[in-house]
Design a protein around this ligand. Structure first.
Ligand code: 1CP
Length: 344
């Protein structure tokens, strides 16, 4: 067996026995590290994503400084809608903006779906990262799920209530489906490009699915995630499905046949795992706010989660969502070290 297939992360993702849970953290390659800011102060965010050596430098920060069990490609879910024709900018303190939001049939028709050439820089970054990782730990690639990506295109940026996006789902469902189908096609090609370039796992981020009712989630999100997963060249590559709202949607998410479901912090992790079909691993689900708290609280909550999951195959330690930018680095390092000391 190759070194990577035998790693803690890949074994846990395929629900095989491990001596302890592997650990990585969503948004581990980011703003809570001063070393990130040393790079970010010199380049724009998109320059960092599009320059393979810089993307590799940032990807490697949590590998070298935290000793996590899996690396995640430094990029963003919004590089696919940018490649489709979105005029994207990131401004400090403002977040992402699309200057040309997608609101009409003409806007949807204008979006391109042949994007692999434009996203070649991601394949190049993956190759540089794999040289640096040198088989030490697996590399996770990722993309946004169609509904979450759609929300940025339609709103023109981040949103609190997804008013325009949901209005499109409800008043113009055919147009919404046309847009979601285009994003789904691009996402399949993009994830297969990442697999071809050498990632060892992929994660689909449906960060804002929680905004949807059960029926709308089924019709406008789940259906496209199912389509994407069914079209991935996934031999030996575990697929992780993440959404905020997984404590409700997980049984449905399982029907899309991912290998792992990443669970938010609203639910007891063992209870939800028991409600899923055998062979689906879970990832999660510490409330990221715990990492703001005192070390004794961090230790208590992490130990509690470990004890709850003790003896279960198919458990990847992670947060219920990403690390916030102002979480103290020391606390994150402490949490990772603690988890790495556990033994089943
Ligand atoms: O996890 C990692 O460390 C790898 C890098 C990564 C990932 C997986 C980044 C870097 N972004 C993402 C995915 C991403 N981007 C998601 C899904 C994951 C999640 O839900 O946390 C989402 C929703 C985005 C969109 C996005 N990118 C926002 C807006 C969030 C919102 O509230 O609407 C912002 C601010 C970004 C920029 C971004 N992406 C990544 C970083 C480090 C940053 C900050 C850039 C900066 O330094 O200013």
């Amino acid at each position: 067996m190759s070194q990577i297939q035998d790693s803690l992360f890949i074994r846990a993702a395929f629900s095989k026995p491990t001596e302890r849970p592997p650990v990585w953290m969503m948004r581990q390659a980011g703003r809570f590290m001063k070393e990130y800011w040393e790079i970010k102060n010199k380049y724009s965010f998109l320059e960092m994503c599009k320059t393979p050596e810089l993307a590799a430098d940032v990807t490697m920060l949590p590998v070298d400084l935290l000793g996590i069990d899996a690396a995640i490609l430094f990029s963003d879910i919004l590089v696919t809608p940018e490649a489709m024709g979105g005029d994207l900018s990131f401004t400090n303190g403002v977040g992402p903006k699309f200057a040309n939001p997608v609101r009409s049939k003409a806007d949807v028709d204008a979006l391109e779906t042949d994007i692999t050439d434009k996203l070649q820089y991601v394949a190049d970054a993956i190759k540089v990262i794999q040289q640096r990782l040198n088989g030490k730990i697996p590399l996770i690639g990722f993309a946004g799920a169609p509904f979450t990506v759609m929300s940025y295109l339609v709103e023109g940026g981040s949103s609190k209530d997804f008013k325009l996006t949901k209005l499109m789902l409800h008043n113009e469902p055919e147009l919404a489906h046309q847009l979601l189908s285009k994003i789904a096609k691009v996402t399949v090609d993009y994830l297969n490009l990442q697999i071809e370039a050498g990632v060892n796992a992929v994660q689909i981020f449906d960060s804002w699915a929680q905004a949807l009712s059960w029926d709308d989630y089924k019709e406008f999100s789940h259906r496209y995630i199912t389509e994407i997963i069914s079209k991935l060249n996934r031999k030996g590559i575990p697929v992780i499905s993440f959404c905020k709202g997984s404590s409700v949607f997980a049984p449905l998410m399982a029907e899309a046949k991912p290998d792992v479901i990443s669970i938010d912090w609203n639910v007891d992790l063992l209870d939800i795992k028991k409600r899923l079909p055998a062979g689906i691993a879970v990832q999660g689900n510490l409330d990221p706010h715990i990492l703001y708290a005192d070390k004794k609280v961090i230790k208590d909550r992490i130990s509690r989660l470990f004890e709850r999951m003790r003896g279960e195959d198919g458990f990847i330690f992670n947060l219920g969502h990403g690390i916030m930018p102002d979480i103290p680095f020391d606390n994150v390092k402490y949490a990772v070290e603690l988890i790495k000391e556990f033994r089943y």
